[in-house]
Design a protein around this ligand. Structure first.
Ligand code: PNS
Length: 157
């Protein structure tokens, strides 16, 4: 069974993330979404909220599960018996950032390969940090996040 981990902060999950989840769920037998517990970042949504939202949004995929993780990604990958890490690339700048991380992860655990998926062009400008900033200043983020997230954002901001 080929298992992949799709890690991230998902604060909040965007339509770009959802596109990558749908595409990678079709490529692997099992896809585990790993939501980083990152206490240093003071997230907009708590870890429970992020996990619950993602669980709700991925209900229709029978091979997708959502879990939180702390510490090193490679340890989570081993825990989940996964061989692949999935990351999206929106731009060459993303690749510059992601390549050393992928290489470090491979060095840390030689069975942890990273597979990069090119973000669909219509989503390449979308980032979680951009969504947060646009929303904070009253911009319309409804096309950038799933409906559930837009509704939840109304509650927290
Ligand atoms: O959605 P993000 O914030 O771009 O995701 C970043 C993430 C979670 C993939 C990255 O920060 C990560 O892997 N953190 C876990 C700590 C870790 O393993 N660091 C070493 C990377 S070489």
């Amino acid at each position: 069974m080929k298992t992949a981990v799709f890690p991230g902060s998902f604060d909040p999950v965007t339509v770009g993330h959802m596109d990558l989840i749908a595409r990678s769920a079709g490529m692997f037998d099992r896809l585990v979404i790993g939501v980083l517990v990152n206490s240093g970042k003071s997230p907009l949504f708590s870890i429970e909220e992020r996990v619950n939202m993602l669980a709700c949004l991925t209900e229709k995929f029978s091979n997708v599960s959502v879990k939180s993780f702390e510490g090193l990604l490679v340890d989570f990958v081993v825990q989940e018996r996964a061989g692949v890490i999935v990351r999206g690339l929106r731009s060459p700048q993303d690749f510059e950032y992601e390549l050393p991380l992928a290489q470090a992860n491979y060095k840390l655990r030689c069975n942890a390969d990273t597979v990069f998926l090119a973000t669909s062009p219509e989503y390449s400008y979308i980032s979680s940090s951009g969504v947060k900033e646009i929303y904070r200043f009253g911009g319309d983020i409804t096309s950038m996040v799933p409906k559930l997230v837009a509704e939840k954002l109304q509650d927290v901001c």
